[in-house]
Design a protein around this ligand. Structure first.
Ligand code: GLU
Length: 420
């Protein structure tokens, strides 16, 4: 199935299925389910942008607020050709349970624009971003809904978001967006936070399964911000990253790839292919690689019912959002593969986003080590909490993680009562 089709078909259905499984395990009543299951608000916007050649191109954009029960909606903005409303709804839903799981005072949201930033100039991207922000302006704000980076958006895009919002308000509002450049009120450690959080959760899983991290073999699918930083941290803790890929190719070295050099190569050439000290392999070989830790760090549905039977890893660490379809999840369960579910594994990003927002609200900035220490505590304790439910209730790590997240949101809506 083409990736676009797979993304369209499954993501939101999978999100609803995750919810139902957790709600059943929690024995949640019907009324509470009706209140918390579906997105609170959905906005679809049409974005005409003047392109480099003088013509107008129209892009489709979205912002979904799934929940504001525990605080402002929170979640990234994705720029990718496959972005569609169902995908954004799924991603917003997962953000709600993720924020609740790590117990930060946010709900869940997500935004996206269907576009291909790889084929756009910086000026076009800036115009698109500013037009998008102007169109979703009534929804966002530091107490309402706080965007952040996601696939193919970065600190520069966040800077344009902050500037556009601030221009409309008439004064500078740092807390409207996280993942900003440091010079504009960004937090130290935010850029690496998702990859660092993935590393902490892999560390916890290895301790639990008694797999020594030193010498452990890892394969990483996707070598963007998250995949490359997780790989770098594994490498610096003497794990062997034996295979890596990106959208343009896949490489392999059984002795372990030199990750700092690979990051430099990717920066220079825009791809992992062509790296000296590695052989090129087919993308499907990576998923079936015999290794201890497999890290899908790209898009949804990377592991589906077609390739799940081939997975030979002990641990699947879901650095991406929704990388394992529900059918594939059942196959991995039967094979005894330990899965670190996405809302736990990749929660480091939004956790440090919360730290950034706190620093912006307080106008007081923390040292990098404070950010790392607090992040480590949050990740290890969330892992321990999920593992406890997994062992005691004999449910999967995914269901356990969703039970914590859904349970906290259910508690919040019960306490608030129903308006009007
Ligand atoms: N896009 C990231 C995620 O999916 C980060 C969201 C945020 O920091 O708000 O978790």
């Amino acid at each position: 199935m083409a990736v676009a089709e797979a993304v369209k078909k499954n993501a939101y259905e999978a999100a609803l299925e995750n919810f139902d499984t957790a709600a059943d395990a929690l024995e949640l009543d019907y009324d509470t389910r009706e209140i918390i299951k579906y997105p609170e608000r959905v906005l679809e916007v049409s974005l005409p942008v003047r392109m480099y050649d003088g013509r107008i191109h129209r892009f489709q954009g979205y912002r979904v607020q799934h929940s504001t029960a525990r605080g402002p909606a929170k979640g990234g903005i994705r720029y990718h050709p496959y972005v569609n409303l169902d995908e954004v709804k799924a991603l917003a839903t997962w953000m709600t349970w993720k924020c609740a799981l790590v117990n930060i005072p946010f709900g869940g949201g997500k935004g996206g624009v269907a576009c291909n930033p790889k084929e756009m100039t910086q000026e076009e991207l800036e115009r698109l971003t500013r037009r998008y922000v102007a169109s979703i302006l009534p929804l966002i704000g530091p107490e309402r809904d706080i965007p952040a980076p996601d696939v193919y958006t970065n600190p520069q895009v966040m800077a344009w978001i902050m500037d556009t919002y601030s221009m409309a308000q008439g004064y500078t509002v740092q807390g409207v967006v996280t993942g900003k450049p440091i010079g504009l009120g960004g937090s130290l450690g935010r850029n690496e936070a998702t990859g660092r959080g993935v590393f902490f959760s892999v560390q916890s899983a290895c301790t639990h399964l008694k797999i020594p991290l030193k010498g452990a073999k890892a394969a990483v699918q996707g070598f963007g911000n998250v995949g490359s930083i997780a790989a770098q941290l594994l490498h610096s803790h003497e794990a062997r990253v034996i295979a890596v890929n990106d959208s343009r190719g896949s490489i392999y070295n059984p002795k372990g790839l030199d990750i700092p050099k690979l990051i430099a190569h990717k920066k220079e050439t825009g791809r992992v292919s062509g790296f000296t000290g590695a052989e090129e392999i087919q993308p499907e070989e990576l998923m079936g690689m015999k290794c201890d830790i497999l890290i899908p760090a790209a898009l949804e549905n990377a592991i589906d019912s077609d390739n799940a039977p081939q997975v030979r890893a002990m641990i699947v660490a879901e650095a991406a959002n929704g990388p394992v379809t529900p059918e594939a999840d059942r196959i991995l369960e039967e094979k005894g593969v330990f899965r670190i579910p996405d809302i736990l594994c990749n929660a480091g990003g939004v956790t440090v986003s919360y730290f950034e927002w706190v620093q912006n609200e307080q106008h007081l900035f923390w040292e990098a080590q404070d950010v790392y220490n607090r992040l480590e505590r949050v990740m290890h304790s969330a892992f321990a909490e999920v593992l406890k439910i997994n062992l005691e209730r004999k449910v999967s790590m995914r269901t356990a993680a969703n039970m914590v997240g859904v349970g906290r949101v259910a508690e919040a809506v019960k306490l608030r009562g129903l308006f009007p």
